[in-house]
Design a protein around this ligand. Structure first.
Ligand SMILES: *Cc1c(COP(=O)(O)O)cnc(C)c1O
Length: 423
């Protein structure tokens, strides 16, 4: 099926007499007739539901749709994008291990890696996303377990050279994990470029209406864990907490996700709520219509900003003048996302005056939903930093992040124009 059809028909496929629309199974537990049946589920000998912290039919059905959209073999939902990235890495790396990541990361992910997971004993090397292969290869250590990056980074909008990073990871016998939140599978299919595992904050475009916080992990099934048995003992040797089960022997290509559910969800929670999965599914049903509209609106706004004498600079990889244009055409030919960053002449003060003058483009700590919204990191998410610290973090004090919605582009442009006219 084409992606447009999967957005609507993927996941829930009702049998004769079943509800047309995905049902919300709002139940923590599931009933069985015999102790033996329940025991088989607990031992992972049989597939089935017993407690919604581990698995729930509504959540699993939506995970199946996202898995199909990415072209993977197995997937799962999590309570947030943060949980998805944490689980995706922690499912492979333990205390004493090492991970290589692109430094062009969402702030929450950077904090997760360099503060919280470091406290858990996992070391991260963050590299400039445009590092050459020699530099990336030199960062590997005997205890490196995976490589991580964002296809289109939030908020710096860097387009990652997926094939280059995948080559480096595979050359060292480890998988390449990417966060594909901003382009979504409508604009970028990372598995086509050698990526092994994809994560999402479904809170953003996938939901698209800002109604639920959620995350997803999808495995391509392409990484051969058994060929690197010693690097990934968690997947290739017996798990004592499941009577000596070996995930990749028992579940084959489903081993990575099964371990993530059986261990991470069992022990750490972070499960998605069935009601939220239902809302996410409604969003997914129009993803293929919304994403192109976000992109065409954003391109029009970016072209206007680029031509405006009030604007100092614009970063939008879909602009022909962008140094990233060629790479964006390779990895995201249909468009990048609705997010633009730019700076006004007059710096921080002008940015604040401009934003306070906007009428319906709202000031909100959110991106990637149907409503246009705007954020000034130096005044909001990064306000504790000095101008020098902002520069080091790649967030200039004048940077404005605009998430272009799917309203009329005429109206969005008119609002921006009237706010620029306020002096
Ligand atoms: C928002 C975001 C996250 C975190 O997701 P939450 O759902 O807010 O936990 C992770 N990665 C990227 C690229 C994001 O934009």
């Amino acid at each position: 099926m084409n992606l447009d059809t999967i957005c609507i028909q993927g996941g829930w496929q009702p049998k004769n007499g079943e509800p047309r629309v995905l049902p919300i199974v709002q139940s923590t537990t599931f009933k069985y007739d015999s102790t033996a049946e329940m025991a088989a589920l607990f031992d992972l000998e049989k597939a089935g539901y017993f407690y919604s912290r581990l698995q729930n039919p509504t959540c699993d059905t939506v995970a199946a749709k996202i898995t199909a959209l990415e072209g993977g073999v197995a997937g799962m939902l999590t309570s947030s994008g943060q949980a998805a990235n944490f689980f995706a890495v922690f499912n492979l790396a333990n205390a004493g291990d090492h991970v290589i990541s692109s430094s062009a990361l969402y702030g929450g992910t950077s904090n997760l890696f360099t503060v919280t997971m470091r406290k858990m004993g996992i070391e991260f090397t963050l590299l400039d996303p445009d590092s050459d292969e020699q530099t990336i290869n030199a960062a590997f250590r005997p205890n490196t377990k995976c490589v991580f990056g964002e296809t289109l980074s939030n908020p710096s909008l860097h387009v990652l050279d997926l094939e280059k990073w995948a080559r480096c990871a595979h050359g060292h016998g480890v998988p390449f994990i990417v966060d594909n939140t901003f382009p979504t599978p409508i604009n970028c299919r990372p598995f086509d470029f050698g990526v092994d595992i994809v994560t999402h904050s479904t809170t953003k475009y996938m939901d698209g209406h800002a109604t639920q916080v959620g995350g997803a992990i999808v495995d391509s099934g392409n990484f051969d864990w058994m060929a690197h048995k010693d690097t990934f003992p968690g997947l290739t040797t017996p798990d004592d907490s499941y009577h000596g089960l070996v995930y990749c022997e028992r579940f084959g290509k489903g081993g990575y996700i099964t371990k993530c559910v059986a261990q991470m969800m069992r022990d750490l929670g972070c499960s998605h709520a069935p009601m939220n999965a239902f809302l996410l599914n409604l969003g997914l049903e129009t993803l293929h219509l919304r994403v192109p509209r976000h992109c065409s609106n954003a391109l029009r706004v970016a072209e206007f900003l680029e031509s405006s004498p009030d604007v100092a600079w614009v970063n939008y990889p879909g602009l022909r003048s962008s140094p990233q244009y060629e790479r964006a055409q390779k990895y995201m030919p249909a468009g990048t996302s609705g997010v633009i960053s730019f700076g006004l002449k007059g710096g921080r003060d002008r940015a604040i005056r401009f934003m306070d003058s906007l009428r319906f483009v709202a000031i909100a700590t959110h991106v990637a939903d149907a409503r246009s919204c705007i954020l000034h990191p130096a005044s909001h998410t990064h306000r504790q930093l000095t101008d020098e610290q902002l520069a080091a973090a790649g967030v200039p004090p004048d940077l404005i992040r605009l998430s272009v919605g799917i309203e009329s582009s005429d109206d969005i442009l008119a609002d921006i124009q009237q706010a620029l006219a306020v002096r």
